[in-house]
Design a protein. Structure first.
Length: 208
């Protein structure tokens, strides 16, 4: 958001021509991230396009557009963008996260696992990486490893209601009813989503 404010100030002082393309690219990237967080995926994708047009060396814009292509089921351009992001910045953790998501989507679990591991190595504070790798473990019938990653995700973000819900379902899957109930109680205590609350109540009723 601060980039948007800075660019508005610069524009008011001298117009777009006075703002370096690299700065405008960062503003578009920031705008795309906000749009994506608001689930406005098409407009987010368009913002990433503009960011790349303005600064073809902006690795994060390629990474995020690559993930956007995955969302739209456009796998060839997705992989090209993710590869380009890593080529531009081999230390960009989010590029490996999105590469892991891509590889899981196209049923290449070994490559997905390597990508998630690299993402964790580069940024062990990214909650989403642990959540996505947990889902991969579950798909590969390694629920205990999946559970460990959800534990790590909750340790990083103890207010993440959706992750408690996901962990409760996994606890139930492997027969940990007491732990599932504890997670569902957390959901009931924290969630403001009525549909989620109702599901948690129904799950608790089945356990008890």
């Amino acid at each position: 958001m601060w980039l948007l404010v800075a660019c508005m100030w610069l524009t008011s002082c001298g117009g777009d021509s006075g703002v370096p393309a690299e700065v405008r690219a960062l503003v578009e990237l920031d705008n795309g991230i906000e749009l994506e967080e608001a689930s406005n995926f098409q407009r987010a994708h368009e913002a990433y396009n503009v960011a790349i047009d303005l600064d073809p060396g902006l690795a994060e814009a390629y990474a995020r557009r690559g993930n956007s292509f995955v969302r739209f089921e456009k796998m060839s351009p997705a992989l090209a963008d993710l590869n380009r992001a890593i080529e531009l910045d081999p230390e960009l953790a989010i590029a490996y996260l999105y590469r892991g998501i891509f590889m899981a989507k196209v049923q290449r679990p070994s490559e997905a696992s390597l990508a998630f591991a690299k993402s964790v190595e580069l940024d062990p504070s990214n909650v989403e990486t642990f959540v996505q790798r947990s889902r991969l473990y579950v798909e590969q019938r390694e629920p205990e490893s999946g559970l460990a990653d959800l534990d790590s995700a909750i340790a990083l973000d103890s207010e993440a209601v959706d992750i408690y819900m996901e962990r409760a379902a996994l606890h139930l899957r492997i027969g940990n009813a007491a732990n599932a109930a504890a997670d569902l109680e957390q959901v009931l205590a924290m969630s403001k989503n009525e549909e989620q609350v109702q599901v948690a109540r129904q799950m608790l009723a089945l356990i008890r």
